[in-house]
Design a protein around this ligand. Structure first.
Ligand SMILES: Nc1nc2c(ncn2[C@@H]2O[C@H](COP(=O)(O)OP(=O)(O)O)[C@@H](O)[C@H]2O)c(=O)[nH]1
Ligand SMILES: [Mg+2]
Ligand SMILES: [Zn+2]
Length: 289
């Protein structure tokens, strides 16, 4: 009697897939043509059947999202690593990342780094608070900080890291898990060997969660975005769906716009509307070329 199990794919190199089976990473070879049409991706939940001591991939279970670069399915959250200082906190850059992440149906989490370099009463925190007020999860870290809140946030989920170069992604990973440090060094060494090095995506266990070893959302292009989908993707815009005079309102030049009214009554920050409008302008521009 063959036994069917459900397991998650955490690594894929050519026709070898690694699944976590009973808590252990186990390589499963895809034998011939999978009877499914859909090939497993890292992050996929699959049904496996054991036949003669070997597991066979039976079926890829439905995905709730799918990233292209890195190629991962079922990404629960994207950790947007954002520094307060060197590089300076940039709301426009943060807003662009938040929009692209939401567009992929992924939950963003903002991780503020380098808190140790900034006084607790620094005005920059007023800008950060806009995001807390808007409903985003914001976690704070810095050199010498405990990682408990971040580890808790990663637990039980698949996460990708994103953020500007120099924001502190590598430093954060090393703080979260010292064994990951080796892996990141190996990865960058492999990358330096040139274009012919095979790149593969792998999920690494960090605490009780999984973190992709390649960052997501490195290109900040909006060419693939539909502006009407973007119109309510900022968290604090969502409660106003259906309240603008025009059903397809883009909150730019339209009269009786609920989002613009919410900015006037200080329920939504002016900077968020402006950055949103800039994204809409970008999308229209990218569509023209
Ligand atoms: N003081 C301080 N320095 C940090 C922190 N995070 C990163 N750095 C420094 O900022 C620089 C860039 O960090 P890195 O992790 O390489 O950024 P990445 O490009 O996002 O991977 C390095 O010199 C780090 O030592 C932090 O929380 N506090
Ligand atoms: Mg780095
Ligand atoms: Zn509107």
């Amino acid at each position: 009697m063959s036994q069917m199990i459900k397991a998650r794919c955490i690594k894929h190199i050519s026709n070898h897939y690694s699944f976590i089976i009973d808590g252990v990473a186990t390589v499963v070879k895809a034998s011939g043509k999978l009877r499914l049409g859909l090939s497993p991706m890292v992050g996929d939940w699959c049904e496996l059947v054991k036949s003669q001591d070997e597991y066979v991939i039976q079926k890829v279970l439905p995905r709730f999202n799918q990233l292209i670069r890195p190629s991962i399915a079922n990404v629960d959250q994207a950790m947007v690593v954002t520094s307060l200082f060197r590089p300076d906190f940039s709301e426009i850059l943060l807003d662009r990342q938040l929009m692209l992440i939401a567009y992929e149906n992924i939950e963003p989490v903002i991780i503020i780094t380098k808190c140790d370099l900034v006084a607790a009463d620094d005005p920059v925190f007023e800008h950060v608070r806009i995001y807390e007020k808007a409903g985003y999860t914001v976690l704070y870290t810095g050199k010498g900080y405990e990682s408990e809140s971040i580890l808790n946030q990663l637990a039980g989920k698949i996460s990708v890291l994103t953020g500007q170069s120099g924001a502190g992604k590598s430093a954060l990973i090393n703080r979260l898990d010292s064994s990951f440090q080796l892996q990141t060094q190996e990865t960058s060494k492999a990358l330096n060997r040139g274009k012919h090095t095979t790149r593969h995506v792998e999920l690494h266990q960090v605490g009780e969660g999984y973190l992709a070893d390649t960052p997501g959302f490195s290109s900040l292009s909006f060419a693939h975005c539909d502006e009407h989908v973007c119109a309510y993707l900022f968290k604090e815009f969502a409660p106003y769906v259906g309240q603008c005079r025009f059903r397809n309102c883009l909150h730019v030049n339209e009269p009786d716009c609920a989002i613009k009214n919410a900015v006037l009554s200080k329920k939504i920050a002016q900077s968020r509307l402006e950055n949103y409008q800039e994204i809409i302008a970008l999308i229209k521009e990218e569509k023209r070329v």
